[in-house]
Design a binder for this molecule. Sequence first.
Ligand SMILES: Cc1ncc(COP(=O)(O)O)c(C=O)c1O
Length: 282
Amino acid sequence: MPVVFLTITNNSGGGQPVSLANIRAASELCHRYGVPLFLDACRFAENAWFIHEREEGQSGREIADIVREIASLADGMTMSAKKDPFGNIGGWLALNDDNVAESCRNLLIMTEGFPTYGGLAGRDLEALAQGLKEAVHPDYLRYRIRSTAYLGDALDGAGIPVVKPIGGHAVYIDARALLSHVPPLHYPGQSLAIALYRAGGIRSCEIGSVMFGRQPDGTEVPAAMELVRLAIPRRTYTQSHIDYVIEVVTSVAKKASSLPGYRITYEPPSLRHFTARFAPLE
Ligand SMILES: Cc1ncc(COP(=O)(O)O)c(C=O)c1O
């Protein structure tokens, strides 16, 4: 059955939040046409924080209350629990409809095994139960969003083009602007991601024509944006780690005009951005 998926926050669109007004309208539209609305909810707490901070009439509400309303508007959700819920690994599929949940469990038995066969260890479930509470705490969220903005503001201040306003979990560099000499189908974002790794061991991710350029008929069309995502794990890095990232990105950006374009030497039939191989263009 087709469903509509809403990713909160928008990971491929610069980490921007989805407003409550937008989620309410999407829910109303889906339900008017009998289409279930699902959330890719792994950054639910950061999204709720932005709603609290920026959306009219929401600042007086508890974050958990906003999260409950968001969940009430959807028919189901997927969760990558190593994001906002602070899990080490794992996640869940949540469904309102018990019959659909039962068919999912049956499919699981055929494809992976009984739900009781394994999955998350008890200690990981404990960590999630605690993580879900901590993830909606305003002190934590203020610190989290502020630390990401620290990196974004520093790069912006150094004249590096970044998506603004800065998102919650990542800073997105505009590689199309920074490497304007590299055409989209020579993958400027990939070129920058490779340069950052080679210069300073910084693992970023291209979100551009490598990820979205290939069409179902095999042709290539430039993606809407050529971004490089610097995602920041929660509660992992200190300010000096981030200062190091700022130093490396700034020095790579200074020589951006000398970075080469790339071509793909291997790509799998689908989701090529995970495992493609590249060679520089001379
Ligand atoms: C928005 C979004 N959904 C889903 C996933 C997949 O999560 P997992 O690696 O836990 O399957 C990711 C991973 O980065 C993500 O950013």
